[in-house]
Design a protein. Structure first.
Length: 629
């Protein structure tokens, strides 16, 4: 069956939605957040400052734990557009656009339907998980893109008796780019998915025959030509220092060596062993991260796909799991569904056996979105063909009823907080209304767990938008499905999802003072001189926006030699930026001006006079000298 082309109207709709929600005001607001968001932006800024595109640096210290592609793209954006918030976020915005069009093309080809392609792209763009995890500059959306393109290349070869050489090279290229984006999972995931699909559809002998036709040796050369150079160069640029110890298994426990000055493992050990193997085994040093409970990890799939998660189980049920596992012959549509099922399962099962963050679910989302889009398309086709009995249409009606119930409950909860929440004044610091849960801050957006009934009054506008979107959208979806019109029902549900994303963005903007130190940076900037010293009381990540917005890569750290700067701080060329109480006391009484960032409930004892400069989001800036005016 010939593949239908994507109608220009669909492209225009997708471009407009992408621009509105990913490439307009969302690039500028809120400001970069402390921790990973601004740390990664600062790494890109220092890449330009040092003219070093091999070794990554953060605050002047080697930052060896990440692959470089995200930082290369951010640095290139800053080189073209200048060093500011929008330039840091622009590469991820284009990543989402490319991913939306990749899924549109995949669904349109796989299900021979322009409507399926539209559904896939709409679900992707309105997915809460994709949206919220592109509000921070982490590479996981790019992982989704390269994995999607790699599986698409493989799927296209499956439609050919003699696989096209360029498609095989495309698969290898996407794997290499994914390795440069997120490390070894960039090749582990696509190779595992393809290998399992070949084995289950062709058997061991058929798999070997097929592999020989996929140009494996030249494809491997393509992969190495792209992925290997940076790994070799950074390994040579960051060799082992001294004679560090080795990992030992003693008394039933793994003992991982701690680095010391002049004796530290080089990049190869830290990146491949510590950041890949030991992180997977929950033995990474330092252990500055938390892990999501397994049940919550799987349950978050429903959250990140909301409201489309209502159709998820029917999409998964369409996969011929039993038939494939029993090694029965699959026709072409069944083989495609089986491939998508494997794609969804491999990342989830992989991370179920390791440490995991909330966003580790993301690589499975494109496959789940394709399955949902395929099911919605079949439901719409069945409704239009007047086939009796309309099994899919009846299932869609039941799902719309459930969605309406949940949407109504959510709207009532939002309405309750709108009516009964205490409205915060214009000068109220939101942080003062929150209930602190520091044990959750190692999780992404863990600070949102601080929200309580008192603080919800500050979110009246987002809550009203959420109530209107969820109730109105699910009600329209239910009404249209009751009239056997699932296509307009799906469009109304998409409208509700985008309304919720708008509310989420406004909510993040209101909450951002708690998550960023941008306002404090703005308060310090007019007074800051090149020789002034900026000190962070705690980990660098807790106030990393100061470095990016003040254009400083020499922030000093009080009692915070940990997290991202910990390992690189042991290299001989690491700057002397780590302070303790004694060293800070000595500096505080010197003529040099010092700006101290600190949380309100962790203000250190300081000698001499202390002057207040600014306060925001439960944080403040103190100085050893008064304002000059």
């Amino acid at each position: 069956m010939p593949t239908p082309a994507c109608p220009p109207r669909n492209r225009a709709i997708l471009l407009a939605l992408w621009f509105l929600f990913y490439a307009s005001f969302t690039l500028i607001t809120p400001p970069l957040l402390d921790d990973a968001d601004s740390v990664h932006a600062e790494v890109a800024r220092e890449m330009l400052l040092r003219h070093d595109w091999t070794t990554l640096y953060a605050n002047g210290i080697r930052y060896l734990e990440k692959a470089p592609l995200l930082y290369w793209s951010m640095a290139a954006s800053m080189k073209i557009f200048g060093v500011h918030t929008a330039a840091a976020r622009l590469p991820l915005a284009f990543t989402v656009l490319a991913l939306a069009f990749a899924l549109e093309s995949f669904a349109r080809r796989a299900f021979a339907s322009t409507r399926a392609g539209l559904y896939a792209a709409l679900i992707l763009l309105s997915s809460f998980g994709i949206f919220i995890f592109t509000r921070i500059t982490i590479p996981d959306a790019a992982v989704c893109l390269w994995l999607t393109l790699a599986i698409l290349c493989y799927w296209l070869t499956e439609q050919q008796t003699s696989p096209n050489r360029l498609l095989c090279y495309g698969f290898a290229t996407c794997c290499a780019l994914n390795v440069l984006t997120k490390g070894l999972i960039g090749i582990v995931f696509p190779v595992a998915i393809v290998a399992l699909h070949l084995l289950m559809t062709r058997g061991a002998r058929g798999t070997m025959v097929r592999l020989r036709r996929l140009h494996p040796f030249t494809s491997l050369l393509v992969f190495l030509a792209i992925a290997a150079p940076w790994h070799i160069l950074i390994g040579l640029a960051n060799p082992t220092q001294g004679s560090p110890g080795s990992i030992n298994f003693t008394h039933g426990h793994w003992i991982v060596p701690q680095p010391s000055d002049g004796s530290v493992h080089g990049w190869f050990w830290f990146y491949f062993i510590n950041e890949h193997l030991l992180r997977y085994l929950n033995l990474r040093v330092p252990r500055d991260y938390d892990t999501v409970p397994l049940a919550l990890f799987w349950g978050l799939v429903l959250v990140w796909l909301m409201p489309w998660s209502g159709f998820l189980f029917h999409g998964l049920a369409a996969v011929p799991w039993r038939k494939a596992l029993r090694r029965h012959t699959l026709d072409a549509p069944e083989s495609t569904l089986w491939l998508l099922g494997l794609w969804a399962a491999v990342p989830l099962l992989f991370f179920s056996l390791s440490t995991r963050q909330e966003y580790y679910v993301l690589p499975s989302l494109p496959a789940l979105i394709l399955l949902i889009a395929g099911w919605l398309n079949r439901e719409a086709n069945e409704a239009e063909s007047f086939v009796v009995p309309n099994r899919l249409v009846a299932a869609g009606q039941r799902i719309s009823t459930v969605l309406l119930i949940f949407g109504s409950i959510a709207a009532l909860v939002c309405g309750f907080f709108v009516l009964h929440g205490q409205q915060a004044g214009a000068s109220t610091d939101l942080a003062a209304l929150l209930k602190q849960n520091p044990q959750d801050y190692a999780l992404s957006f863990g600070h949102f767990l601080d929200l309580n009934a008192q603080a919800m009054g500050a979110f009246r506008v987002p809550l009203m938008i959420t109530a209107f979107a969820l109730f109105g959208g699910t009600l329209a979806c239910w009404l249209f499905r009751r009239d056997y019109k699932p296509h307009p029902a799906n469009l109304w549900l998409a409208a509700a999802a985008f309304g919720f994303l708008l509310a989420a963005h406004l909510g993040l903007q209101i909450f951002s003072p708690v998550l960023t130190s941008k306002r404090l940076a703005d308060a310090v900037a007019p007074e800051l001189k090149p020789d002034d010293l900026i000190v962070i009381n705690g980990e660098y990540e807790s106030a990393s926006t100061l470095g990016f917005y003040l254009r400083r890569n020499d922030l000093h750290i009080l009692n915070g030699r940990s997290s991202n700067l910990w390992y690189g701080s042991f290299f001989p060329d690491a700057p002397a930026i780590f302070e303790d109480e004694l060293s800070l006391d000595l500096k505080w009484t010197e003529p040099r001006r010092i700006f101290l960032w600190t949380e309100l409930d962790h203000i250190p004892k300081l000698p001499g006079k202390t002057y207040f400069i600014a306060q925001s989001g439960g944080k403040e800036i103190l100085s050893n000298q008064p304002n000059p005016y």
